[in-house]
Design a protein around this ligand. Structure first.
Ligand code: ME8
Length: 519
């Protein structure tokens, strides 16, 4: 069994249906998970829903439901989204599950045993939307002069009895952590967090008495835990904590928490401090990706531009959407999407560049060799050069970029290799060789066959279903669908086995812009 690799997404608030940001994060995490599997790692991928907190309680009241009913109903939409987008998670966690209550209460007890929890009174500016307290100095002024959180959400002056976590005690250990390794990425977020922590940390209010939709504080039953204590613990609940053997021993600490830029502070300040307090190992890395904007604008109900990601996948195809999101946006930065941009990328890059390459080659073989795999009659310099170019992309550049979470760059390396293959087919012109030199034609087609399979394997983390359809058509055994495996000797045994290829259906049918933008 390969090296363990554990990655997580944020757990989503199911107080509304999934939006494009949720889809983006899930797809990016799925690409990373599949990439590590293609390197032979033993991957564990967890996602889920964050079901407690005031926001959920209020939404439920608004709808005349209990919070538990709302959570159960809405959580299903997130599970369905994962299904629709081909997200191959291993664990979907819901924070209302009994195992999660048990794990969170144990974490609390351990923080208490470290002397890091004490009871006091809390007064401050609280944003329900962000589920966070803010300092007066952090507030900004709204258009009507009202006070807003730094995220632009309304805040209320709130006073309550509360348990506090001694966050102040962890200022130096946290700064040491940031200095010692690449804990926070990208660098812009790391700098932001370092400045925040260097400015001094105040103890954190970690319980509420004003509502009861949450996990009870052990021994203090009128308090429920601050939703972020509860939410962050999901990452160890899914591994069976408090049992520290089994899955926990195998996969903790996490290799990567993938989250959006708005919740980096919770993951890189609070979470490692809680873990240090509970004497548990710290995750290796937190990556804060950017936000996705709809034609450059934030989606909101009032603008009426909220997009259903499942609708997008239905309109354009799951793999076209996945490819677009990874290709279009520099991972870590904000990006924008529109139906025109999705259609453009899918048609030019997936359809014309890669799909046509495979289609032309395979149907030519099906037609002219009756599906028999072409024979190799000695390679010439052009073949060797193509093998080198493709090999370098597939074995080195694409995986190295994905390893580094430079997802867009990985896709670009792949696309360059596709272009090289297209240049080869045009210069070798197998359709001309058919009459002049049938042996050379077979060698050229075999060269293309091998390279196309390699290209399919390299992009498989991004477009798993289409890549597998192609590799199935080509008869490439499952065991070879890894970066290393596709560089091995599989073509001759396949050809010798008498494998025959049928004329394939186009992989990426040409997309048209829908009459109306999907809502
Ligand atoms: O924050 N583009 O849940 P959430 C890209 N429950 N990513 C976006 C986005 C956008 N437009 N909008 C949101 C929460 N996200 C907490 C997390 S984790 C222990 C608890 C990202 O449903 C956001 O940054 O509001 C977060 O990573 C994820 O979607 C879920 O957001």
């Amino acid at each position: 069994m390969g090296e363990p690799y554990y990655l997580t997404t944020a757990i989503s608030y199911p107080n509304g249906k999934p939006h494009i940001g949720h889809a983006y994060e899930a797809i990016a995490a799925d690409v990373i998970a599949r990439h590590h599997k293609a390197q032979g790692r033993d991957v564990r991928f967890q996602t889920g829903t964050d079901e407690h907190g005031l926001k959920m309680a209020q939404k439920a009241r608004e709808l005349g439901k209990t919070p538990a009913e709302l959570a159960a109903e809405m959580s299903q939409y997130f599970i369905d989204m994962c299904g629709a987008l081909n997200i191959g998670y291993d664990v979907f966690i819901r924070t209302t599950e009994p195992r999660h209550h048990a794990a969170t209460q144990e974490l609390w007890r351990r923080m208490e045993a470290s002397g890091d929890l004490y009871l006091d009174r809390y007064e401050g500016w609280y944003s329900i939307r962000d589920e966070a307290y803010y300092d007066e100095s952090e507030l900004v002024e709204g258009e009507g002069g009202e006070k807003l959180s730094p995220q632009g959400t309304p805040v209320e002056w709130t006073v309550e009895e509360s348990w506090f976590f001694r966050l102040s005690k962890y200022q130096q250990p946290l700064l040491d952590l940031y200095a010692s390794r690449d804990f926070i990425r990208p660098d812009s977020r790391r700098n932001e967090i370092m400045r925040f922590v260097e400015g001094g940390l105040r103890d954190l209010s970690v319980s509420r008495t004003s509502f009861d939709w949450g996990i009870k504080v052990p021994g203090s039953e009128n308090h429920v835990m601050y939703v972020w204590v509860d939410a962050l613990t999901n990452y160890i609940t899914g591994l069976g904590f408090p049992d520290e053997g089994g899955d926990f021993a195998r996969w903790w600490p996490a290799d990567l928490h993938l989250i959006g830029k708005d919740i980096v502070r919770f993951h890189t300040v609070y979470w490692p401090a809680f873990l240090m307090s509970a004497r548990l190992a710290l995750p290796r890395q937190v990556f804060g990706h950017g936000f996705l904007l709809n034609r450059g604008q934030k989606e909101s109900k009032s603008l009426g531009n909220v997009t259903d990601p499942i609708g997008l996948a239905e309109t354009f195809g799951v793999d076209a959407l996945r490819y677009f999101l990874m290709r279009e946006v520099a991972f870590g930065q904000d990006g924008s999407y529109s139906p025109e941009a999705i259609v453009m990328r899918a048609n030019t890059e997936l359809g014309n560049a890669f799909g046509n390459l495979a289609q032309r080659t395979l149907s030519f073989i099906a037609k002219n060799l009756e599906g028999r795999l072409p024979e190799i009659h000695g390679h010439d310099a052009a073949d060797t050069e193509l093998f080198e170019t493709i090999g370098k992309a597939v074995q080195r550049d694409v995986p190295a970029a994905f390893d580094d979470l430079a997802l867009q760059q990985g896709v670009e390396h792949w696309l360059q290799a596709v272009f090289a293959c297209n240049a080869y087919i045009d210069s070798q012109a197998p359709w001309t060789l058919r009459k002049t030199d049938p042996q050379r034609m077979e060698t050229v087609l075999a060269t293309l066959y091998i390279c196309i399979a390699q290209l399919a394997v390299a992009i498989r983390p991004v477009i798993p279903a289409s890549a597998d359809t192609l590799l199935d058509t080509m008869g490439v055994p499952l065991a070879h669908r890894t970066y290393a495996g596709i560089g091995e000797h599989w073509y001759s045994p396949l050809a010798e086995s008498g494998y025959r290829i049928a004329t394939p259906k186009p992989l990426f049918p040409r997309l048209e812009l829908p009459e109306e933008t999907p809502a």
